[in-house]
Design a protein around this ligand. Structure first.
Ligand SMILES: Nc1ncnc2c1ncn2[C@@H]1O[C@H](COP(=O)(O)OP(=O)(O)OP(=O)(O)O)[C@@H](O)[C@H]1O
Length: 607
C-alpha cells in the first residue's frame, strides 16, 4: 500500500459531511442508550420486572443497529469510488475536531471504527484511518459537565445519619420506602463499625455516583467513604419488599463482594451517564484490579469493553513471549479451546465437524452464545466477547495447537505470512474447569474444598434455573471455578429455556426385559429431561455423591424442576442476590445494634 502523506490542508468536500454523519449516528445511539437507563428508573419504581428485563435485553442490540443504519446511509449517499483512503484520512481528522467538546469521545471513536471497518478494506485498518489508539482525551472531561459525576457529603457537618439520608433522598425515587429511618440507622451502624469514621480527619467525606445502577430487581447506590488516607468503597442495594415498598437491603463494604457484584458473569447495569469515562474512573478507584475493559462492559458499553480488551491483548502479546496451546481439561466436542498461559482468558473456536451424539450446526451454536449474551447471566454464566478475523503471531502457536486447528477448524483458519488469522472466535475469562478442581481437591485430601465446590455447583444450577436456563449438559467439565471460588457455567451449545423442557419421571418398566435393559427402552422426546438420570452420570464418585445428596438432592427430582418451570410460566421473576444472604439486614439479627427491640426485628424479617 502506498503511503499517503499527511494532508496539509483538508481539501475533500465530502469528508466533513461524512464525519458529521458518523457522529450524528453515534449521538443517536447514545441518546437512546441513556434513554433506556432513564426508563430503567421508572420500571424499578413501579416494579415492572419483565418489562425491565426485556428493555435491558433490547438495549444490547442498539449499537449494532445504529452502526448498520449509519453504514447504509453512507453507502446510499456516496459512490464507493468517492470513499478513497485519502478522503477517509480527512474524515478521521474532521471527526477528531468534532469531538473536542464531546462527552463520550472514546465511545464515539469506537463507533467511528465500527462504521469504518464495514466501509474500508482491511488494508486500511490502521491509525491513519481508524482509531487504533485513542486520540481524544477523556481526562477531566467531567469538569465541563453540568451534572457532576459524583456528589460529595460531609458527615462532620451534620452527622453520618443525615448525610446518608440525603444520599438516598437525592435520587428522588418515586416510590415509598417501608421505613427509611430504620434502614439508614442500619447502614450507619454498619458503616461506623467497619469504617471507624468516629475519628474524623479533616477530609472526611462520602462520594456517591450521581446515578443509580439498575439491574434486574435492584437499584444500587455506589460510593466511597474517605477519611484521611483511607478509602472505603460501599454499595447500598435498594430493593422492593413483598409489599412493593422500598428497603435498603444491606450495605456492601467488602472489596471482594463489590467486585463480584460487577462480575463478567452478570447482566449489564443500566446507568444514566453523561461522561461514562468518569464513571469508569470512579469505579476503578473501588476495584483497582478490574480492567477498564470489563468496567465499560458491565456498564452496558460492551463495544467499548471489546475495543479496550483487544488493545490490552495486543499490548500483552507485545510484552510476553510464551506460546498459545490447548487449554487444559477434557477437550470439547464442538469447541476447540486454546489459551496463552500468561493471559487470563481462553479462546474458543467452533469446530467444523461434531461427532455424535452432538446434533448441532455452527449457526445453532452461535445462536446459543447470543442467547447467553442477551440473557441475565445471574452470576453463573461467563460473558463472551465475539470477534471476527483475529490475527495471531503464527510463531507462537504450539505445533499441537496448529495441527488441531487445521484438523478440526479448517474453515476458520487462514495463514498469511507470519500471521494466523482466525475467522471467528469467542474470548472468555479463564477458570479452573470444575472436574480438574474436584480432582485436585480430592487428591490433596481437602474435603472442605470438595464440599464447597459441590455446594457452589448445585447453587449455580439453581441460580440458572431461577433465570429460566436449563444448562443441557451438566457434567463438571462444563463448569469453571473463578478466582473468587464461584462456580460458573461456560458450555452453551446445549442450553435451553427451562420453560421449553419437559421434565419427566422415568416410566415404570412393563416387563423384566425392559427393566434389565442397559438401553433406554422408553420413548424420549427432543425436549424431555429425566432428572432421576442425573444421578448415574454425576454421582459416580462416593465423596461427591455424599456432598451432593447432602446439599442438592432436590435437583434429582422432577418436582424441583417442574415447580420452577411453573413459577416462571406464571410470570414470577425470581430474586437472585449478587451478594451473600448473610449480609442482608433482614438476615443479620446478630449484627443489629441492641437498641432494636425483638418486635422491631420481627417486623424487619416479615417485610
Ligand atoms: N472459560 C474457560 N476456562 C478454562 N477452561 C475452559 C474454559 N472454557 C472451556 N474450557 C476448557 O475447554 C473444554 C471445552 O470447552 P467447552 O465445554 O466450552 O467445549 P464444548 O465443545 O462445548 O464441550 P462439550 O463437548 O461438552 O459440548 C472444557 O472442558 C475446559 O477444559
Amino acid at each position: 500500500m502506498t503511503k499517503v502523506p499527511f494532508p496539509k490542508l483538508l481539501s475533500s468536500q465530502i469528508a466533513f459531511d461524512i464525519a458529521r454523519a458518523i457522529l450524528d449516528g453515534f449521538d443517536k445511539h447514545y441518546r437512546l442508550f441513556r434513554h433506556a437507563s432513564k426508563t430503567a428508573k421508572r420500571y424499578f419504581e413501579i416494579g415492572a420486572w419483565p418489562t425491565a428485563q426485556q428493555a435491558a435485553r433490547e438495549r444490547i442490540g442498539y449499537y449494532d443497529r445504529r452502526v448498520q443504519e449509519c453504514v447504509h446511509a453512507l453507502e446510499d449517499e456516496y459512490a464507493p469510488e468517492e470513499l478513497t483512503d485519502a478522503v477517509w484520512r480527512e474524515v478521521k481528522l474532521h471527526y477528531i475536531g468534532l469531538l473536542s467538546h464531546h462527552k463520550q469521545p472514546e465511545l464515539a471513536e469506537t463507533f467511528f471504527n465500527s462504521v469504518s471497518c464495514q466501509i474500508l478494506h482491511r488494508e486500511y485498518f490502521n491509525n491513519d484511518h481508524l482509531f487504533v489508539r485513542p486520540t481524544v482525551s477523556t481526562e477531566y472531561l467531567e469538569t465541563e459537565e453540568l451534572q457532576p459525576t459524583y456528589r460529595v457529603y460531609y458527615p462532620a457537618a451534620d452527622g453520618l445519619r443525615f448525610a446518608l439520608k440525603r444520599i438516598v433522598t437525592n435520587f428522588q425515587l418515586d416510590a415509598q420506602f417501608a421505613n427509611l429511618g430504620r434502614d439508614i440507622e442500619l447502614v450507619e451502624a454498619r458503616m461506623a463499625a467497619q469504617f471507624g469514621l468516629e475519628k474524623r480527619e479533616a477530609n472526611q467525606q462520602l462520594q456517591v455516583l450521581s446515578s443509580l445502577f439498575f439491574r434486574n430487581k435492584g437499584a444500587y447506590i455506589v460510593g466511597k467513604a474517605i477519611n484521611g488516607p483511607q478509602v472505603y468503597p460501599f454499595v447500598i442495594p435498594v430493593l422492593h419488599n413483598r409489599r412493593g415498598q422500598l428497603v435498603l437491603d444491606t450495605v456492601i463494604t467488602d472489596q471482594e463482594t463489590i467486585t463480584i457484584l460487577f462480575s463478567f458473569t452478570r447482566a449489564y447495569f443500566l446507568v444514566d451517564m453523561e461522561v461514562p469515562s468518569a464513571y469508569v474512573q470512579f469505579l476503578r478507584s473501588l476495584m483497582p484490579r478490574k480492567p477498564r475493559s470489563e468496567i465499560y462492559t458491565i456498564l452496558g458499553l460492551q463495544k467499548q469493553g471489546k475495543t479496550l480488551f483487544y488493545r490490552d491483548f495486543l499490548q500483552h502479546l507485545k510484552h510476553s513471549s510464551d506460546d498459545f496451546g490447548i487449554a487444559p481439561g477434557i477437550p470439547g466436542l464442538v469447541m476447540l479451546v486454546f489459551e496463552l498461559p500468561s493471559f487470563p482468558y481462553v479462546f474458543k473456536v467452533i469446530k467444523d465437524f461434531y461427532p455424535p451424539p452432538k446434533e448441532t450446526t455452527r449457526a445453532q451454536i452461535k445462536e446459543k452464545y447470543l442467547l447467553v449474551k442477551h440473557h441475565d447471566r445471574v452470576g453463573r454464566m461467563a460473558d463472551t466477547l465475539e470477534y471476527s478475523n483475529v490475527a495471531f503471531p503464527l510463531a507462537r502457536f504450539s505445533e499441537e495447537l496448529l495441527a488441531q486447528l487445521q484438523r478440526d477448524c479448517p474453515s476458520q483458519v487462514d495463514i498469511e505470512g507470519e500471521r494466523i488469522i482466525i475467522r471467528h472466535l469467542y474470548i472468555e475469562r479463564r477458570m479452573v474447569p470444575l472436574n480438574i478442581f474436584l480432582t485436585r481437591a480430592e487428591q490433596s485430601g481437602n474435603d472442605e474444598l470438595v464440599e464447597h465446590a459441590i455446594v457452589e455447583y448445585g447453587n449455580a444450577i439453581k441460580d440458572l434455573v431461577a433465570a429460566n436456563i436449563f444448562p443441557g449438559d451438566m457434567l463438571y467439565k462444563n463448569f469453571g471455578v473463578t478466582r473468587h471460588g464461584r462456580v460458573v457455567f461456560y458450555d452453551y451449545d446445549e442450553i435451553e429455556y427451562l420453560t421449553d423442557c419437559q421434565f419427566r419421571d422415568i416410566p415404570q418398566a412393563m416387563n423384566e426385559e425392559d427393566e434389565m435393559s442397559a438401553e433406554v427402552w422408553y420413548p424420549v422426546g427432543k425436549h424431555d429431561v429425566f432428572p432421576e438420570q442425573f444421578e448415574s452420570f454425576l454421582l459416580g464418585n462416593a465423596k461427591i455423591r455424599h456432598y451432593f445428596l447432602k446439599h442438592h438432592a432436590d435437583l434429582l427430582t422432577r418436582a424441583y424442576w417442574q415447580s420452577h418451570k411453573e413459577r416462571i410460566l406464571a410470570g414470577v421473576v425470581e430474586d437472585v442476590f449478587p451478594y451473600p444472604q448473610q449480609i442482608r439486614f433482614s438476615n443479620q439479627a446478630a449484627a443489629i445494634p441492641a437498641v432494636y427491640s425483638p418486635s422491631y426485628l420481627e417486623n424487619l424479617h416479615n417485610e
